[in-house]
Design a protein around this ligand. Sequence first.
Ligand code: CMP
Ligand code: CMP
Length: 337
Amino acid sequence: MEAKLGPSSAAAASADPAPKSARTDEEESEEEDEDDDVDMDDMPPPPASYTQGKQRASVSAEAYGDWNKVQAFVPIVHEKTEDQKARLTSVLKMSFLFSSLDQANMDIIVNAMVEKTFPAGERIIKEGDDGECMYVIERGTLECMKSISGVEKVVKTCGAGDFFGELALLYNCPRAASVEAKDESVLWQLDGKTFNAIVKGASMKKREMLEQFLKEVPILETLGTTDKHGLIDSLHKEMFAAGATVIKQGDTANRFYLVETGELTASKSGSDGVSKDVLNYKRGDYFGELGLIKAEGRAATVVANTSCELLWLDIKTFKSMLASLEDLMITKSAEYV
Ligand code: CMP
Ligand code: CMP
């Protein structure tokens, strides 16, 4: 999927009439203090609904029109060594959220990010808190956990090149999950203003495309919208060339797959060693559920007939997020030949 910049890109932001030159770290922290004062003094009072309930209400463009006009996006500059710039650039190129930014916007992001190291066990984001920034992972393993019926469950495990903490910025709502470092983690932190100005448009577009795709997956029909939003965050995307083997019969099962594009075929070898095609897959279909549900080796081999884009969930996420669909999947597998 391509990631063209949406209306909230730097191009849109720089169309604003009064651009200031980029700020340095010190100017930034001084201005942040001033900004805080300006925010409090100059903003019209929030509508009553703003302070009620959990979701932060969106701010009316009419009420805030004049105030909005003076909020030009000003690129932030946190000075970096050449080594930091090189490490950060290669991390951003691994991340689907940033990899397709043009050079000008990539430079703005590289300048704005701040390197942070967290020890194992540190909780970086707490579910329900307000969110002011998001993170990209250079090194380390982190777990995203959600409280489900009062019990905290891991919904995603993230590693190098993954990002987290974008949802609160995208939807202007409280943190949807907690995120904890499992080992010492090197992260790059991006402030919400820069995220909104440069990345939000492209990110929203990608999420909308995935949301549309999930609506086309019959097995997910009964999942609620919130569960689907969560699922989008937990899906990993992988391309396979025509002829590639995605799953091999007998292997240990660790992923569940959805077909976004392309065609694949499942085949089964009998005790005589003869392989027989058993099922074909196209957009919206799924496979790889049996091994996860039954905790058995893969029951068939799945090969790509054309180049494919597959979305996959790891076993932990499948077990926590799609548990409600397991019975339905088992019922459907009774139709397998
Ligand atoms: P945010 O809500 O800002 O903070 C917590 C982050 O956890 C969230 O953004 C996502 O980046 C990440 N996350 C990963 N998986 C999920 C999930 N299933 N539901 C919600 N958030 C998730
Ligand atoms: P799993 O056993 O995890 O990995 C191979 C997958 O092939 C399996 O899950 C099913 O999703 C799929 N499959 C398709 N047809 C069959 C079949 N006849 N028997 C078993 N698995 C099948």
